[in-house]
Design a protein around this ligand. Structure first.
Ligand SMILES: Nc1ncnc2c1ncn2[C@@H]1O[C@H](COP(=O)(O)OP(=O)(O)OP(=O)(O)O)[C@@H](O)[C@H]1O
Length: 267
């Protein structure tokens, strides 16, 4: 792509914006990426997966990350969540710079301030729905209150399913358990990686509706990687990556507009 300006309105993500107040309360962004670069080195050579990504994810925003295969989406998510370390640049989550943290502190931060939803639901098969959802609280050293677990099960429409085990649920219901498990700690950022990749379109709509509702009702900040323009249209903004760089963004795009922007990037 030679120019991104017309098809992709410029996002408000520039290094200087880190110094600006955010939102009505002047809060820092939920997630700030500043000049993130990631080079993978192997015997086959070096691959520059990210080449300087600067972006802020405002509190309470729901952002989809899209881009052609190999554009760096998974790498971005991994670096943002502290699952991998960038070669250069800074990630600041809820005001906490990740680069200064050791593995133990990073694990604690992930448990307490991040939620994860993947294509594979990753539920523990031997635990009930209730215990799967309560697990992150237990891992934080907290005794889960019955009310808080039940409230989040209600939020995802799983009333009455608390005693079931994952194998007794449909795929869509299992993904809703995974979302409940991700939301129960009230994380600063919920990371979702192809959350509807294994679901049919009707069930996908329900799951995406839940993610959107969590933003609208509870101010949940969500970052979702997806290949699907229909899924991305549930987000307020789509951030496009191309060849390890931010190519632009699109606010409140329709699936058709998002698909057209993707086609332009893939040309
Ligand atoms: N562990 C690794 N070692 C070497 N290269 C890697 C590694 N992980 C990713 N890459 C390379 O980095 C680039 C970005 O990969 P990444 O998985 O982030 O892209 P993506 O946009 O998520 O792709 P896809 O849509 O196909 O999942 C690609 O060229 C990929 O081959």
């Amino acid at each position: 792509m030679t120019s991104t300006a017309s098809a992709f309105p410029t996002s408000p993500a520039h290094p200087s914006s880190a110094a600006q107040p955010y939102g009505p309360a002047g809060d820092a962004p939920a997630l700030l990426l500043d000049g993130i670069a990631k080079t993978y080195r192997s015997k086959a050579g070096a691959v520059d997966a990210l080449r300087g990504v600067t972006y802020h994810f405002a509190r309470g925003s729901f952002t989809a990350v899209m881009g052609p295969s190999g554009s760096g989406k998974s790498t971005l998510l991994q670096c943002a969540a502290g699952l991998d370390r960038p070669t250069n640049g800074t990630v600041v989550l809820n005001g906490i710079p990740l680069h200064g943290l050791g593995e133990v502190a990073l694990t604690k931060l992930r448990r307490e301030q991040m939620g994860f939803v993947f294509q594979a639901y990753n539920l523990l098969p031997s635990l009930t729905v209730y215990d799967n959802v309560a697990l992150p609280l237990r891992l934080m050293g907290r005794r889960p209150g019955r009310g808080e677990v039940e409230a989040v099960l209600t939020q995802v429409g799983l009333d009455g399913k608390a005693k079931r085990r994952p194998a007794e649920l449909s795929g869509g219901q299992q993904q809703r358990v995974a979302i409940a498990r991700a939301l129960v700690t009230r994380p600063a950022v919920l990371f979702a990686d192809e959350p509807t990749g294994a679901l049919d379109s009707g069930t996908s709509r329900q799951v995406l509706g839940l993610l959107r509702e969590a933003t609208v009702r509870s101010g949940q900040t969500t970052v979702m990687v997806t290949h699907d323009p229909v899924a991305a249209a549930y987000a307020e903004r789509v951030l496009f990556l191309s060849d390890g760089l931010v190519a632009g963004s699109l606010d409140r795009g329709t699936p058709q507009q998002i698909a057209a922007a993707m086609s332009e990037l893939e040309r």
